[in-house]
Ligand binder design. Structure first.
Ligand code: DAH
Length: 335
């Protein structure tokens, strides 16, 4: 037992402690590990305290030797701990910076730029021209009632005009609208004249699909109602519009018939040497105005309607209406 507490023994223990502490500190990987080491080495119940406790049993003249050595060791260990703590913190920060690295020079993911479908572009172009003439956009529902789609437009039940506009009947008196003309009625019910509107939208007919027909297609409706409008205003407006859209081409009005206009006309443009029918129009029939409670002696107006697909196909030389609906990028990317 006495050998354990000889000066030699204690000195050896301190040397051993020094060597072990140095390697343990060097191996510590975190601040928590280092704190654990500090407590185990230098704490009240730590290994250095054990040696110092044993020192009391040495002869008085030997104690300072051990004491001095212990103090030096304590300072060394503290210095090593502090130094290692700095390293560990620095490594943790470096690791975090690496983990949270953000490469601001990385190229972004490529998203091919889309563009408007040629039909949408055509609608926008038509609406733009009328907006330039002072017209506002008005829209109506695709599911209509018999009243708005037919009756209010002077197309009573059993009228032969209904044959040409057979549609999808939804039960009750609801149906898919066959044209944008019902927007005329809806707009006039909600807005007193003067009115100048353009109404783009989707319409439906019970038509078999072929190169020029689709059961779902698009129209743009035009309506002007005011005091003192006559056929010359209709003619000037439609001609101006067509020449802005197609270029400075000959425009021809042919007498025609629509139940909701009187007189009515069909309009042709001379496109690449051929007369092409492009829209219908006419002076709003007094019967339509009377149905709306508007006095046809004080107010008059004109209306026109056109098929967007037709305009788009003529303008771009598209041979088959189905190309507009099949979402084939080889086709769409040409516009
Ligand atoms: N609604 C007619 C159709 O779909 C087109 C039309 C003709 C509209 C003459 C009009 C018009 O406003 O005045 O066939």
């Amino acid at each position: 037992m006495s050998a354990t507490f000889s000066l030699q023994d204690l000195t050896r223990q301190l040397e051993q402690l020094e060597a072990e502490a140095a390697s343990a500190i060097a191996a510590a990987g975190s601040a928590a590990d280092l704190e654990e080491l500090r407590v185990g080495l230098l704490g009240k119940k730590g290994r250095l305290s054990v040696v110092l406790g044993a020192m009391g049993r040495l002869p008085g003249e030997e104690r300072p030797l051990v004491g001095q050595r212990a103090n030096v060791l304590k300072e060394q260990v503290q210095a090593l701990l502090a130094e290692r703590l700095e390293n560990v913190k620095g490594a943790a920060m470096a690791e975090r910076l690496e983990r949270e690295r953000l490469d601001v020079t990385a190229p972004c993911r490529y998203v091919p730029p889309g563009h408007r479908h040629p039909l949408i572009a055509t609608i926008e172009e038509i609406v733009d021209i009328f907006a330039g003439l002072g017209y506002r956009v008005s829209e109506g529902p695709e599911i209509e009632t018999d009243h708005y789609n037919f009756t209010a437009l002077n197309i009573p039940e059993h009228h032969p005009a209904r044959d040409m506009q057979d549609t999808f009947y939804l039960g009750g008196d609801r149906l898919l609208r066959t044209h944008t003309s019902p927007v005329q009625i809806r707009h006039l019910e909600a807005n007193p004249p003067p009115v100048r509107i353009v109404a783009p939208g989707r319409v439906f007919r019970r038509d078999a699909v072929d190169a020029t027909h689709s059961p779902v297609f698009h129209q743009v409706e035009v309506l002007a109602l005011d005091e003192g409008l006559d056929f010359s205003h209709l003619r000037g407006t439609v001609t101006t519009f067509l020449q802005r859209f197609f270029g400075d081409l000959p425009v021809r009005f042919r007498a025609s018939y629509f139940p909701f206009t009187e007189p009515s006309a069909e309009v042709d443009v001379q496109w690449r040497g051929r007369w092409l029918e492009v829209m219908g129009c006419g002076m709003v029939d007094p019967a339509v105005l009377e149905g709306l409670g508007i006095d046809p002696r004080t107010h008059s107006g004109f209306a026109a309607g056109l098929g967007v697909e037709r305009f788009c196909m003529v303008r771009h030389g598209i041979d088959d209406i189905r190309r507009l609906y099949t979402s084939d990028l080889r086709f769409l990317e040409q516009f």
